[in-house]
Design a protein around this ligand. Sequence first.
Ligand SMILES: C[S@@+](CC[C@H](N)C(=O)[O-])C[C@H]1O[C@@H](n2cnc3c(N)ncnc32)[C@H](O)[C@@H]1O
Length: 355
Amino acid sequence: MTPDPRPQSIAAPATEALLAAVAGNPVAMVNCARTLLLASGQTDRARDICREALALDPGNAEALALARPILSDGIGSWYFTMVLDHRRHALYARALAKLLSNGGVVLDIGAGTGVFAMLAVRAGASHVIACERDPHVARAASEAIARNGFADRITVLPVDSRELQVGRDLAEPADVLLWDNLANNFLGAGCAATLADAAARLVKPGAAVLPGRAELLAAAVTDLEADEHRMGLVDGLDMEAFNLLRGSDFTIARDKFELRSAPAVLFDFDVSGGAPIRPARAQEALTLTAGRVDGIAQWLRFHLGDGLVYDTLDEDVRAFGAQFHVTETFEAAPGTAVRLHGAHDTLDTWFWLER
Ligand SMILES: C[S@@+](CC[C@H](N)C(=O)[O-])C[C@H]1O[C@@H](n2cnc3c(N)ncnc32)[C@H](O)[C@@H]1O
């Protein structure tokens, strides 16, 4: 066995002594953050030391090169694509303008980049409490908010929304709940629990909720890159035994699947009135067109009020993708009837076809 080349963690007092010894030397500080803190799982502290080092000498290219992987570790690359979703921003700006025509305090849960909080201020919010549980993302959002001159109207709180306290973090329950801890299947980022908590404690009764409703749509599809996602005959060898081990779902680009049925609405999540999301099952009849069926594609259609609709299958959408759920592969004759089933436990979703 090859020995792990990374340094093993050393005792806390020795770490502190080494950190004190390198204080003021940006490259040495970042190196200590990497080898002493990151290696022993102290990611937050490692990042703080990197920030301190870069602040000491912002032009130090070596310190920056060493710090980048530490600062970006575990930060979703999707922040960089989501922020390009101009369609979504335009729709939210219009929805917010409607909700905030007379001002009001907004609670933004899952503030991420801070873009939604800034859109809310532009739309007329008197104040936004922007809550983001990843402290490093919250820090970058605070910087972006300050750069745009909104620091006096937006308070960024680097905590999970379930830790917020009315009277301490918010003067009183908010008028508008803006939330975005969303996944491609609506539920997977834990919104059911945070929305129930926010409705019970953090917003006024009858507060507007954005988004307030989303339909989950699904259809039987052909995966146009199926050869990369399942094993068949490989150089004359039958490799089907591996197919139960393939990932059960993945995000799929819009041009990488073909619909084999009309889309069906399986779930209609209405969170506008603060009612809790409960586990559910649903089924719909599908009629297939001729061709190979590899699985089920699923996406969302948000209703943002006033007829504003954001469909995540639309071409220029960047914040979401369609999610492909694997089923058995079969050739469908035209007009074949199947039943599409879905189930969720408020966090995970499962989809299957009954033939
Ligand atoms: C989809 S992303 C950010 C969206 C944001 N509207 C934007 O445009 O940048 C969702 C964010 O919610 C955060 N998050 C998830 N659950 C949270 C919670 N309960 N409280 C606070 N932040 C949460 C995640 O860390 C993530 O940054």
